[in-house]
Ligand binder design. Structure first.
Ligand SMILES: Cc1cc2nc3c(=O)[nH]c(=O)nc-3n(C[C@H](O)[C@H](O)[C@H](O)COP(=O)(O)OP(=O)(O)OC[C@H]3O[C@@H](n4cnc5c(N)ncnc54)[C@H](O)[C@@H]3O)c2cc1C
Ligand code: FES
Length: 271
């Protein structure tokens, strides 16, 4: 059988564009060019512009592939100009997934911030698929304002699921907001899980990752049970170019999911 070239970006059409927040959009692709596991990522190419790494936000069990993306710079700005029916390229999946086998039978404590909800949605949907295998799933999520919360149209449905406990906070509320106000650590004052045993998963902007991890360590989570979705500059995606080094790790190959136990000795793991 011919080996798959990991540098080849498979062309695929954008089937649907779902604006989530003023800066975050979900791109639903027309099919699923490869299987993946929650936590793995892909390189997305905007033709004539370049490529950037993104973690699928759709369920690994679904027949479609979705990415939820924040507009921040060159590639993402051009991606946001595209329309339904336009073609992009995807190559992957790359990196190591969340070790879901190790989560089985346990409470899973998930903490997200901003566009970090994208990879976490994929993880959450994978957990929901086999919900009876887990003791309980906790989600703690922080956004800047109520308008910046992604997947608002799905959250009420998720909140009704038996075995799911969700709590949200925003940095700045408005007249419509009935939830907590403050950065995400304000909803980590009380952590209702068995911290000695529960895995916890964190994904969000570097500053949020730093303070949330500090809080989880203080709360007593086992360091090897704190799973962090690491971000770094990437190029090849397959451990060849040296762009994505964080300490001794290649984020593309050894990560993007690393544990606090892996990275705690690195001077600035969240950059
Ligand atoms: C494994 C992995 C998974 C990821 N998954 C996701 C995901 O699911 N969703 C997602 O949205 N992102 C995700 N990211 C981050 C994403 O890869 C980057 O946001 C993307 O590479 C940015 O590309 P760009 O060319 O648009 O930005 P660049 O032009 O490369 O800019 C990079 C950075 O420069 C700054 N910057 C550039 N231009 C501006 C500007 N005009 N104003 C302010 N700041 C600016 C921003 O801080 C920006 O983050 C992931 C990253 C990794 C490593
Ligand atoms: S992106 Fe090339 S080594 Fe990781």
């Amino acid at each position: 059988m011919e080996a798959v070239n990991p540098y080849y970006a498979i062309p695929i059409k954008i089937k649907k564009i779902i604006p989530e927040t003023p800066t975050i959009t979900t791109f639903v692709l027309d099919g699923k060019p490869f299987d993946f596991l929650a936590g793995q990522f892909a390189e997305v190419t905007v033709p004539g512009v370049g490529e950037a790494p993104f973690t699928p936000s759709s369920s690994p069990y679904a027949d479609i592939l979705e990415f939820t993306i924040m507009k921040v710079g060159r590639v993402t700005s051009e991606l946001f100009r595209l329309k339904e029916g336009d073609t992009i390229g995807v190559r992957g999946p790359f990196g190591k997934p969340y070790p879901l086998k190790e989560f089985k039978g346990k409470e899973v404590f998930i903490v997200g911030g901003g566009v970090g909800f994208a990879p976490l949605r994929s993880l959450f949907l994978a957990l929901l698929h086999d919900i009876k295998d887990y003791k309980k799933i906790y989600i703690r999520y922080g956004a800047r304002t109520p308008q910046d919360i992604a997947y608002k149209y799905q959250i009420p449905e998720w909140q009704k699921v038996n075995g799911v406990d969700m709590l949200f906070t925003v940095d700045v509320g408005d007249d419509t907001w009935k939830g907590r106000v403050g950065v995400v650590t304000v909803i980590l004052d009380e952590i209702p899980v068995d911290v000695a045993d529960a895995p916890t998963v964190v994904c969000g902007p570097p500053i949020m990752m730093k303070f949330v991890t500090q809080r989880l360590v203080e709360a007593g989570f086992t360091h090897k049970n704190i799973y962090l979705s690491m971000e770094s500059n990437m190029s090849c995606g397959i451990g060849k170019c040296n762009h994505c080094r964080v300490g001794k790790f290649y984020v593309c190959k050894d990560g993007p999911v690393l544990t606090w136990d892996d990275v705690k000795h690195i001077e600035e793991p969240f950059v």
